[in-house]
Write a new protein. Structure first.
Length: 70
């Protein structure tokens, strides 16, 4: 997971953390975070992440994604 996390950080300039399933080698839960005053920019940027992962990391399957703006 470390290479994917590092690449997401570099590619999108966002914070990434593995949040759950650390004890399972075949599954991971990642959280990505951005801070900005422009909610539309954050939403567009974060919506791209799952598609980008599937396109650039074909051995990774995104099974669910959730976007929350605070």
């Amino acid at each position: 997971m470390k290479p994917l996390i590092a690449r997401l950080h570099r590619q999108f300039n966002l914070s990434v953390a593995e949040m759950d399933a650390q004890d399972r080698w075949s599954e991971a839960v990642l959280a990505c975070a951005l801070v900005n005053s422009d909610h539309k920019l954050i939403q567009r940027s974060l919506q791209i992440v799952p598609t980008w992962i599937e396109q650039h990391w074909p051995d990774v399957a995104v099974t669910d994604d959730h976007l929350e703006l605070i």
